[in-house]
Design a protein around this ligand. Structure first.
Ligand code: B12
Length: 217
């Protein structure tokens, strides 16, 4: 019997939770073959699976080795789906520098945000993970970016986001850039407190936010 789209997404999510690379690959190919939207398949299937794995970690059902294997299954699926994401064409290419703040190496969420931003037609420069505030600022200036997007997954690294905003002020370039923040422990209240220009809770919302920031003066 053929699967419905939602059944396939649920199985894909299960494959990530189950650390099953082969099934994640097969289902990702099946989604493409069935003509399902690659972006939706990532969001509703692969990313959902990683979220569930995160919850199992919080409940001490999974530990670091399991998480890494879940991330491997997610990445296998991403590699298959990525080339099928429809990229929007834009008349004006806004440049974004994105990265994970210093001390933090969690980059699954940042990579998803980057993928969606690229699909939405932004020119995205990825600084990677464990990025010091000074590097965010230097690269944003050098690349003449419009938006700086910073990810943090740990309460212990969030301060680096505030430092980045402070550094922009110190260098007298704060008004040249829009700063957006995100990641597990980050909230809109925190974004406001540190003087950032926006916050988004997931990759879809991040694209919406980037569109708003790109249009704003
Ligand atoms: C996967 C994971 C790992 C993997 C990371 C693999 C990788 N390459 O990323 C591994 C196993 C390596 C790991 C290591 C560690 N981890 Co860990 N990890 C997680 C876990 C379970 C899931 C994170 C994840 O990938 N989620 C899925 C993605 C899709 O979601 P996301 O990251 O939130 O991203 C979405 C949004 O937040 C948003 N977003 C993200 N970034 C941005 C940026 C912008 C600008 C915007 C707008 C939006 C946005 O969009 C994304 C897509 O929708 C979390 C727990 C959890 N429930 O979140 C712990 C967690 C983050 N880890 C934690 C810890 C402590 C660690 C370790 C220190 C080791 C340990 N004792 O577990 C090391 C630290 C490494 C380091 N120095 O960075 C803690 C942090 C606690 C804290 N202080 O706040 C957490 C919260 C677990 C816990 N409850 O204790 N971890």
């Amino acid at each position: 019997m053929t699967k419905t789209k939602h059944e396939l997404y649920a199985l894909l999510s299960d494959a990530v939770v189950g650390m099953d690379e082969d099934t994640a690959a097969a289902l990702s190919r099946e989604a493409i073959g069935a003509g399902y939207d690659a972006y939706e398949t990532i969001e509703q299937g692969l990313a959902k699976g990683m979220e569930r794995a995160g919850k199992l970690f919080d409940e001490s059902e999974y530990f670091v080795p399991e998480l890494l294997m879940c991330a491997d299954a997610l990445n296998v699926g991403l590699d298959i789906l990525r080339p099928h994401i429809t990229t929007e064409e834009r008349s004006e290419k806004h440049r974004i520098v994105i990265g994970v703040i210093e001390g933090d190496t969690h980059d699954i969420g940042k990579n998803l945000v980057k993928l969606m931003l690229s699909a939405a037609g932004f020119d995205v420069i990825d600084l990677g993970r464990d990025v010091p505030p000074s590097v965010f600022v230097e690269r944003a200036i050098k690349e003449e970016a419009k938006i700086i997007m910073i990810s943090s997954l740990m309460t212990t690294t969030m301060d680096g986001m505030e430092e980045t905003v402070q550094l922009l002020h110190e260098k007298g370039v704060r008004e040249k850039f829009k700063v957006a923040v995100g990641g597990g422990p980050v909230s809109s209240g925190f974004a406001e407190k540190i003087g950032a220009d926006g916050y988004a809770s997931n990759a879809n919302q991040a694209v919406k936010l980037a569109n708003e920031l790109a249009q704003s003066k």
